[in-house]
Design a protein around this ligand. Structure first.
Ligand code: NDP
Length: 448
């Protein structure tokens, strides 16, 4: 609950100004709620209008994206780029292509990105972008023409030292390749303006795996420090079957856990023998098929057509890795009743505020997205470093750096929570630890 007068008044102004932006206001409320103990001890924040400035993006562009489908018909989508905060580095954050993309979704993701990027310890500001374009069912040619049209406008606003987009839902290696090609064509400039690139043209080894692997490095460190346990022998349920979910599953298995279920936007599969990852990768990365197809290929697996029911399966660890607000209070109650001991967010804001509160009250270890899924952007930061040096590190080098970053993020968040008198509350810890560096930079850089 917001009790601090300054925090409350800025939240109310933000709500009045962004009335219909539900996801954005949800993200602001969560951050503000967590920051209160820190804000109370730092009156210079109010004196310098830090919170008021923090919730207003530096700029947000919205643009028309016109492209031609395979039948020759002209289609029009809307594109966005939100450059939220550059206090500690160039804007950095992914592009999402999904029909549910709205200004509110882009702003919530951009706002979260400010703190996440700060937590990585790298000099990266916060931004996000995307389009309401739906890549599902589109041919490669259509995807290419859409990406080219999108970049034809976006290229005006980005640059290697200005704003460096990456992937997110619906934007993987294929899309980044087309976007990069168009940027290079328009600018006649080969530069590290996007991350998540192919290995042949400046991509980093381990970027594909980074968010999922990082999530598990964080979860492992959380279990060791807060419970004296490891992932070995734990039963894990994962939502989603995209980039984050697949590599979370892979690392969980490598660390000795058994992943019994995964999902997509249509439903989920339960495999009592443990998910067969090569089959899942073939279906989702190569064939772009529905997850129900898994049951036709793996004997003993069962399909359920309500994706939320994945949270009714008994497990030790739950990893929501699909999308925002996918795990609500009812699902949290089911997980707690079935004895879940840890929940770590791979997706951005996948747990509703009610679910988070229930987990914290029940003593379930809870790893918030901005800390737990920061491995993707951290490795994007490493890709930028390699591009600047015109050099490539080995998979092992990048993976080792990723692991160190995730372990550090955990301990910084854990320590910050303790210093705020909220020991073990990583929601408070992650928000405060991410905020400190950004607010100090904003104070030092003056009012603008
Ligand atoms: P992908 O597009 O690779 O996969 C998304 C997965 O989530 C798919 O299985 C998709 O199912 C499912 N999904 C998408 N929308 C919905 C929905 N409305 N309801 C239920 N399921 C849905 O995306 P990523 O794996 O890259 O991203 C997943 C999450 O992780 C997002 O919240 C993203 O912001 C976050 N994230 C991603 C990072 C990255 O490096 N990729 C970094 C940090 C965070 P279907 O195929 O049926 O649509």
């Amino acid at each position: 609950m917001l009790t601090n007068a300054y925090v409350k008044s800025v939240y109310e102004q933000t709500a009045a100004r962004n009335g219909t932006d539900r996801e954005f206001l949800q993200a602001v409320y969560e951050v503000f709620d967590a920051l209160q103990p820190y804000v109370e001890k730092h009156p210079e924040l109010e004196a310098n209008g830090i919170l008021e400035r923090l919730v207003e993006p530096d700029r947000m562009v919205s643009f028309r994206v016109s492209w031609v489908d395979d039948k020759g018909k002209v289609r029009v989508n809307r594109g966005y780029r939100c450059q939220f905060n550059s206090a500690i580095g160039p804007y950095k954050g992914g592009l999402r292509f999904h029909p549910t993309v709205t200004p509110s979704v882009i702003k919530f993701l951009g706002f979260e990105q400010i703190f996440k990027n700060s937590l990585t310890g790298l000099p990266l500001g916060g931004g996000k972008g995307g389009s309401d374009f739906d890549p599902k069912g589109k041919s490669d040619g259509e995807i290419m023409r859409f990406c080219q049209a999108f970049m034809t406008e976006l290229h005006r606003y980005i640059g290697a030292n200005v704003d460096v987009p990456a992937g997110d839902i619906g934007v993987g290696g294929r899309e980044i390749g087309y976007l990069f090609g168009q940027y290079k064509y328009l600018k006649n400039n080969f530069t590290g303006v996007l991350t998540g690139k192919g290995l042949a043209f400046g991509g980093s080894l381990a970027r594909t795996e980074a968010t999922g692997y990082g999530l598990l490095y964080f979860t492992d460190e959380m279990l060791r420090t807060m419970r004296g346990e490891t992932l070995d022998g734990k039963v894990v349920v994962i939502s989603g079957a995209g980039n984050v979910a697949i590599y979370a599953a892979q690392k969980a298995m490598e660390l000795g856990a058994k992943v019994i279920a995964m999902s997509d936007s249509q439903g989920y599969v339960y495999d009592p023998n443990g998910i067969n990852l090569p089959v899942m990768k073939q279906l989702k990365e190569k064939e772009r098929a529905r997850i129900s197809e898994y049951c036709n290929r793996v004997p003993g697996a069962v399909y359920g057509d309500n994706r939320s029911d994945v949270w009714k399966l008994p497990c030790d660890i739950a990893l929501p890795c699909a999308t925002q607000n996918e795990l609500d209070g009812e699902s949290a109650k089911a997980l707690i009743a079935n004895g879940v001991t840890a929940v770590a967010e791979g997706a951005n804001m996948p747990c509703t505020p009610e679910a988070v509160e229930l987990f914290l009250e029940a003593g379930v270890l809870f790893a918030p997205a901005k800390a737990a899924n920061a491995g993707g952007v951290a490795t994007s930061g490493l890709e930028m470093s390699q591009n600047s040096q015109r050099f490539s590190w080995t998979f092992e080098e990048v993976d080792a750096k990723l692991k160190t970053i995730m372990v550090n993020i955990f301990h910084n968040a854990y320590r910050a929570a303790e210093e705020c008198g909220k020991k073990g509350n990583l929601v408070v810890g992650a928000n405060v630890a991410g905020f400190i560096k950004v607010s100090e930079a904003m104070l030092a850089e003056g009012v603008f």
